[in-house]
Design a protein around this ligand. Structure first.
Ligand SMILES: CCCC/C=C\CC(=O)SCCNC(=O)CCNC(=O)[C@H](O)C(C)(C)COP(=O)(O)OP(=O)(O)OC[C@H]1O[C@@H](n2cnc3c(N)ncnc32)[C@H](O)[C@@H]1OP(=O)(O)O
Length: 361
């Protein structure tokens, strides 16, 4: 009997994972401040407020776990559920992630979730953190981080998983991966993301020293894309979002995260002998349907290039139609950093295609 009711509870929890959360009221819908129609209804949970705008297809998602938005298990879970909900609703193409707590975007891992807790709890907690990472990093939505406060460690991880980062110009709002100073070693996927964002040497220094960058330095090193006065963070994030959404099927499909973001944790798989698989192979094993889908959806001439061997600019120029290359293009900087030919190729393709591919029927 107890077993049966336990199973029923587990089933219910699987169907409605938020039911496990303490004090959570996910799915509640209420009119947004100043809003009227359907496009201005907001929903969310206790710790995540979602303000959707159906007309623009953009939702603003606010972290609301005062005082410092520490990533508690509940906040992680609610973030994942809210993102999933938006991803499943085809009305939405972009999400702006920001904080509802003054002066802090997100303080990172909730240290009370790992200090003095038993291994099972730590494992559950860490799994939730990775789940959030996967959900954001491989999201089909365009994500823009509107960083309106301090953004250390896990906060920076969330920001790094977005497509674009706008930081408020306040010297107190520092951003970076400082976990080494706490004795926490960054996992390889986090290191890889740092490297992908600010380059190898800068990452090596910043990770080892646990650097937190003030806005000007964060901009200089490439950790954020824009630094703006605090009262312009939201509007700038919206403008950035408009830029990304103006591109046909931005980020999400033709040449989306699976291309650029081949180094998500799941990609780092090892073969039976313990040898690390090349990232491209690992990604294909993990997401065969996505890889295939996306290759098929590419412009035919580009797909032909993908299937070719040499990921050189010359070869791409040869297979890409002239109209695609009509405007000046960014190449080279994008293609160089990955040792895998396939992904170097895809990165280069993305750089080329992102602005120039004609809309697919
Ligand atoms: C394998 C792991 C991969 C690594 C991934 C992630 C690693 C991490 O995220 S580890 C967490 C690292 N986070 C930090 O180092 C941030 C530490 N906090 C701060 O720097 C400041 O608190 C912050 C700038 C965010 C805000 O400053 P203030 O506004 O001045 O607030 P307080 O410092 O007074 O803090 C208020 C209150 O919150 C407690 N606190 C702060 N950070 C955390 C945290 N990460 N987890 C839990 N609790 C935290 C702080 O102790 C204060 O508590 P009280 O004293 O009880 O009021």
């Amino acid at each position: 009997m107890a077993l049966a009711s336990g199973v029923r509870f587990a089933e219910r929890a699987l169907l409605r994972p938020w039911a496990l959360l303490r004090g959570t009221t996910l799915g509640r819908t209420e009119p947004a401040a100043g809003g009227g129609g359907d496009g201005a209804r907001r929903f969310g949970s206790q710790r995540v407020l979602v303000e959707p705008d159906a007309a623009s297809g953009v939702a603003v998602m606010k972290l609301r776990n005062p005082p410092i938005n520490a990533l508690s298990l509940e906040l992680l879970t609610e973030l994942v559920i809210s993102l999933e909900k938006l991803e499943n609703d085809k009305t939405f193409r972009g999400v702006i992630l920001t904080s509802d707590c003054p002066r802090v975007f997100c303080a990172g891992l909730d240290l009370t979730e790992i200090c003095g807790r038993n291994p099972a709890h730590c494992a559950e907690y860490w799994k939730a953190m990775q789940e959030l990472w996967l959900r954001t990093y491989l999201s089909s939505l365009v994500l823009v981080a509107a960083i309106n406060g301090a953004c250390p460690a896990g906060g920076c991880i969330i920001a790094l998983s977005c497509d674009c980062r706008v930081l408020a110009d306040n010297p107190k709002y520092r951003i970076g991966l400082n976990e080494t100073l706490l004795g926490i070693i960054a996992p390889f996927w986090l290191k890889d993301t740092y490297v992908n964002t600010i380059g190898h040497r800068a990452s090596e220094q910043a990770l080892q020293l646990g650097s937190l960058f003030p806005p000007a330095e964060a901009l200089q090193v490439g950790l954020v894309d824009q630094v703006v006065p605090e009262d312009q963070v939201q509007s700038t994030a919206l403008s950035e979002m408009a830029r990304w959404l103006a591109v046909p099927e931005p980020g999400s499909s033709q040449v989306g995260p699976i291309f650029f973001r081949s180094r998500a944790p799941a990609d780092q798989e090892h073969d039976a002998k313990g040898h690390r698989r090349p990232p491209a192979e690992a990604a294909r094993r993990r997401h065969p349907e996505l890889c295939q889908l996306r290759l098929q959806r590419l412009h035919p001439e580009v797909a032909a290039g993908v299937l070719g061997e040499a990921p050189t600019e010359e070869r791409l120029r040869a297979v890409l139609p002239a109209r695609v290359l009509a405007k000046p293009i960014l190449v080279g900087t994008v293609a160089l950093e990955d040792s895998s030919p396939v992904f170097a190729h895809l990165k280069l393709l993305r750089a080329l295609c992102f602005a120039h591919l004609p809309r697919r029927p």
